[in-house]
Design a protein around this ligand. Structure first.
Ligand code: NAD
Length: 349
């Protein structure tokens, strides 16, 4: 006979968009970006303990939908994320996401959360974490080309983590630049809107490209990149979607997250399959050199990797403990007697 066990409902903490915004304001966005950069760096330090695979992508004419899983053997995570450059024309986001963390020992979810905001935060924190190792130490000025949803996060992370104090902005749509200028007013950054990408990069030590266009675009040409610059290339993250002229790659030391994914999705998809790159985690652990000298051009060919989402998810799990920044979600059917799933259904009738 099946024993009747006391009720143990497996409620899953859920962080809505509203609660994520409360959490960010509670912590303070620059503190959160710094803490996220540190959390991601800690996980890059133990890169080899993660189960890694290139994300599973479903491409269509308009964009891509992707699943990004990873695990460190104790905790498992995945993110659902899309990329649809045409979405903004109909009032929708280019990138939206949600994600889940689960206990490997039982397979039970321990966190479900919005990740549209969290992706912007973790992408910016990852960029800043890479720039902390690769950009010139005295970098104070950054160009931001593409002033859409990711852009303010990128600017604030570079300020909080690397000490950037001046940003030079360019977007083909002046309204996007004006939105960014307005949003960042009073945050301790000098903001200089520019009339072209050429004008924006003048005198910058860091260049961030975060445009969205489903094509082999040329946001930067070779002549725009001087010696010593660090390029943080965010927007080329899908087959057939790049931002840099290939000649820039030939002059740069290229750092990537996970080569099997970046060779398909990153700027280096333009190059031969054996084009030399450095896995960025090796710089973090000291196995590889980042910036060698002040004339070297460094390029972080960012596409976004599952371990960064894992870090962001475990950070949120820890940060919401003991707060009301989540609600309990009844999403796992968990009868008192594990084999009596049907009985639980009958009793509900
Ligand atoms: P968005 O659509 O909100 O903004 C993109 C901006 O780029 C728009 O304002 C657009 O006018 C501008 N733009 C397009 N073509 C341009 C050009 N030729 N020159 C200057 N500006 C141009 O998109 P978003 O959410 O800010 O994302 C930006 C890019 O970053 C996307 O391609 C997205 O896929 C990518 N992304 C990468 C990561 C990562 O981890 N690497 C994470 C999130 C997003």
């Amino acid at each position: 006979m099946l024993a009747i066990l006391p009720s143990q409902k497996a409620m899953v903490p859920f962080v809505s968009v509203e609660n994520m915004m409360r959490l960010v304001h509670h912590i303070g966005i620059e503190v959160m970006l710094r803490e996220l950069a540190d959390a991601i760096e800690q996980d890059f330090q133990r890169w080899e303990s993660f189960d890694k695979k290139a994300r599973v992508a479903s491409h269509s004419e308009d964009g891509v939908i992707e699943l990004m899983p990873t695990s460190d053997g104790q905790v498992y995570s995945f993110k659902y994320v899309n990329g649809h450059p045409g979405n903004t024309q109909s009032g929708l986001q280019t990138v939206t996401a949600f994600g889940l963390l689960a206990d490997v020992a039982t397979g039970y979810p321990v966190l479900l959360t919005e990740m549209t905001l969290l992706t912007a935060l973790r992408t910016a924190a990852t960029s800043a974490m890479a720039a902390r190792h690769l950009a010139p130490k005295d970098a104070r000025t950054m160009a931001v080309i593409g002033n859409g949803a990711q852009a303010e996060f990128q600017a604030l992370a570079m300020k909080a983590v690397c000490g950037i104090d001046t940003i030079r902005l360019y977007d083909i749509d002046p309204d996007a630049t004006e939105k960014m200028r307005r949003n960042l007013r009073g945050r301790g950054l000098q903001i200089i809107p520019c009339a072209s990408a050429e004008e924006a990069v003048a005198g910058c030590q860091i260049i961030t490209t975060c445009t969205a266009d489903k094509q082999f675009a040329t946001i930067l040409t070779d002549n725009m990149v001087g010696p010593g610059v660090h390029i943080n290339a965010i927007g080329g993250d899908c087959p057939g979607k790049t931002e840099l002229h290939r000649d820039i790659l030939l002059r740069s030391d290229v750092f990537v997250e996970y080569p099997p994914q970046t060779r398909i999705e990153g700027e280096i998809q333009q190059m031969a399959p054996d084009f030399p790159v450095t896995e960025f985690w090796r710089v973090v652990t000291g196995d590889a050199v980042g910036r060698r000298d002040d004339r070297q051009i460094t390029l972080f060919d960012s596409v976004g990797f599952a371990i960064e989402d894992f870090s962001a998810l475990r950070y949120v799990r820890d940060r919401i403990k003991g707060t009301d920044f989540c609600i309990e979600l009844d999403m796992i059917a968990d009868p008192d007697e594990p084999r009596d799933l049907f009985g639980m259904l009958l009793r509900a009738g």
